[in-house]
Design a protein around this ligand. Structure first.
Ligand code: C2E
Ligand code: MG
Ligand code: MG
Ligand code: MG
Length: 287
């Protein structure tokens, strides 16, 4: 193709146009290859979940876990979402991913419950655009039903910035999830909108303060002020609140003083594969 384009470019004298096309062709086919690989990865169960605990800051007891997708690639090793999520969205594989991830999460939860291991609610990440599709509540309800789990076994996390907030269908999806008893948490809060009016309209249960505000606590005055405002707002709106990306005890102590009692971050544990998180839950239950 490149040769043909170069030949055409020379003979027509429109070099830039033809070179551009040859270049674009290469990029597209590489992304399409990636999309096909991901599709195969879903079919062949190469996607796995790691689980990161959310804890009560004062006791360290787990109050939730976030399921985070990884791709166990046959040649490239363990890949993180950053390496493949945008391709999933671009090639319309998001629904397949959500079906896969919610089913897999429920499968793990059901197995732990059957073993008598206390398992806190597991958060599943959903992109905002999926809230524009009325099939989403059914996908989640089906995953729960297949493994005979109650609605409170899972929580939906949606990033504030990905929400299409003036979409009528999205409001319906929020209501359907809420009516089904599935809790919704607003992820990466503070990075999304300048208007907070949607907080009144949508049936939300909790918000997660974005890591960028937690990062420089307690010393940075601006981060401290913003965090304090978010915590106070959440409390007045009767929303649960979790700080994300907590890495140091000085951050945790400061959050507790502000009235933020739940956290997630490397201080309490990195995301663990299902065997390691099972050991973590068993150890916590025994203590
Ligand atoms: P997120 O939902 O905000 O998840 C938190 C991310 O922060 C995770 O990155 C986690 O490993 C990382 N993290 C946790 N604690 C700390 C900490 O103390 N310090 C630092 N520096 N980082 C921390 P990860 O696993 O790479 O996931 C990145 C994003 O990919 C997630 O951000 C989420 O938006 C998305 N994602 C993950 N799994 C799924 C999925 O199954 N479906 C969809 N649609 N998106 C997913
Ligand atoms: Mg999340
Ligand atoms: Mg987050
Ligand atoms: Mg984040």
């Amino acid at each position: 193709h490149a040769d043909a384009a170069m030949y055409q470019a020379k003979s027509s004298g429109r070099a830039t146009f033809h070179f551009y096309n040859a270049f674009r062709h290469n990029i597209e086919s590489r992304e399409q290859r990636l999309a096909k690989q991901i599709q195969r990865a879903i079919e062949q169960n190469q996607l796995v979940l790691h689980f990161q605990p959310q804890v009560a800051i004062d006791t360290g007891m787990p109050t939730g876990m976030e399921a985070l997708v990884r791709w166990q690639h046959p040649e490239r090793g363990l890949l993180y979402p950053e390496a493949f999520l945008s391709a999933i969205e671009e090639f319309g594989l998001t629904e397949s991913l959500t079906k896969y991830v919610s089913r897999l999460a429920c499968k793990h939860i059901a197995r732990w419950r059957a073993m008598g291991i206390p398992t806190p609610p597991v958060s599943i990440n959903i992109t905002g655009r999926e809230f524009c599709d009325l099939r989403l509540p059914n996908i989640l309800k089906q995953a729960l039903a297949e493994f005979e789990l109650p609605a409170n076994a899972i929580v939906v996390e949606v990033t504030e910035g990905s929400l299409v907030h003036d979409n009528e269908v999205a409001v319906e999806v929020f209501k359907a999830l809420s009516q089904a008893g599935i809790h919704i948490s607003l992820d990466d809060f503070g990075m999304g909108y300048s208007s907070l009016s949607y907080l009144k309209r949508l049936p939300l249960n909790s918000i997660k303060i974005d890591r960028s505000f937690i990062e420089n606590l307690p010393m940075d005055a601006d981060s401290a002020a913003i965090t304090q405002a978010i915590v106070s707002m959440a409390r007045h709106l009767n929303l649960g609140i979790v700080a994300e990306g907590v890495e140091r005890s000085s951050q945790a102590e400061f959050l507790l003083r502000l009235g933020c009692r739940h956290a997630q971050g490397y201080l309490y544990g990195a995301p663990l594969d299902h065997a390691a998180v099972q050991a973590f839950l068993e150890a916590r239950a025994a203590s």
